[in-house]
Design a protein around this ligand. Structure first.
Ligand code: CA
Length: 137
């Protein structure tokens, strides 16, 4: 904040305050970043359905239909806010994808999506680094 005096002869007439307005005060607030979800599911109908639900909730949806594609997406610069990961995938399965993600330091919450619902399967998913586990109907 700077002050400038306006003078008539040697006497001050007014003291005015100059306020600098930063560009941020004139422009609209920055947009709130949308959350990104990566949905990894090989069954097209289930993948589309889950993707539609997240899209309707305002998420930016990324999808992969196999483990290798999921790993490739995880290796990009995109930061995912959630990973929805099917257990049974062609090639690399869900737990292998999850182990890869955790090994590279990804802290993204992971929801395992599977038809497998035995206690042993749940424990295996959680031990691989999943945060939660949802059994498909
Ligand atoms: Ca599957």
């Amino acid at each position: 904040m700077a002050r400038t005096r306006i003078c008539l002869s040697s006497r001050p007439l007014h003291t005015i305050r100059i306020v600098r307005i930063s560009p941020a005060m004139n422009s609209p607030p920055p947009p709130i970043p949308l959350p990104h979800v990566l949905i990894v599911e090989d069954e097209a109908k289930t993948r589309a359905s889950v993707a539609e639900g997240f899209g309707l909730e305002g998420w930016v949806v990324h999808t992969a239909d196999n483990g290798e594609s999921a790993v490739a997406l995880l290796n990009t610069a995109t930061t995912f806010d959630l990973l929805v990961l099917d257990w049974m995938l062609p090639g690399l399965d869900g737990t292998a994808v999850l182990r890869h993600a955790r090994a590279r330091g990804t802290q993204t919450p992971v929801l395992m999506l599977t038809v497998r619902d035995s206690v042993q399967d749940r424990v295996a998913g959680l031990e691989a680094g999943a945060d939660d586990y949802l059994t498909k109907p």
